[in-house]
Design a protein around this ligand. Sequence first.
Ligand code: AMP
Length: 221
Amino acid sequence: MYILFLGPPGSGKGTYSRVASDVLKIPILATGDMLRNEVEKGTELGRTAERCINAGELVPDEVMFGIIENVLSHRDYQNGVIFDGFPRTLAQAKMLDEILDNMGTKVNVVIELFSTDDEIVERLSNRRVCPKCGRIYHLINMPPKVDEICDDDGEKLIQREDDKPDTIRNRLKVYHSQTAPIIEYYKEKDDILYLEIDTNGPPEVGRNRMLDEFRKIGLIN
Ligand code: AMP
């Protein structure tokens, strides 16, 4: 099964896709994590990605095409994927359809997460991540047991460079102009299950809303 998480930065894609991956046993493909990994390794792709990420802009479609095509050919992803952060433009959505079509499959479920801009800014400014395992924390709503330390591996948590106020505002602008149009693209398709989940409020509440929707459409019991 191929599932996409759509939604503005800070709407909970990282958190909720992990929950979905856990209950559905489908691997996650998070393009943001993949790009940050390249930045970390200092590759040429990483250098291009770093400039875009830090400015709150999208990495060019041609670059993303190459990455996705390559990664989807890997055998871990032949039976299903939960996409976190891909596609982010109409061109990427169309390209994904093409690649999946060539694999004899298609996008089955689209999950749109939404939150108010005020809640998003609050959430992103308090977000901290583990640089090693990628686990996401919120300093107030989902804090680690020991201040600023990852519960799972003891690493010191970091604040993402693009979670600073100016960059957050630009990322929201980019989402509304470049990514939001793909909502209509998917809503118009009648062979896709389209779920809308309100993620305002505490994460457990949104999580239960999502799991209720999964039950309704028979994804879980
Ligand atoms: P994320 O971790 O999903 O919030 O992604 C962080 C940043 O990585 C984004 O703000 C973009 O700069 C870049 N990025 C991630 N996924 C994509 C994509 N599908 N297309 C273009 N840029 C992306």
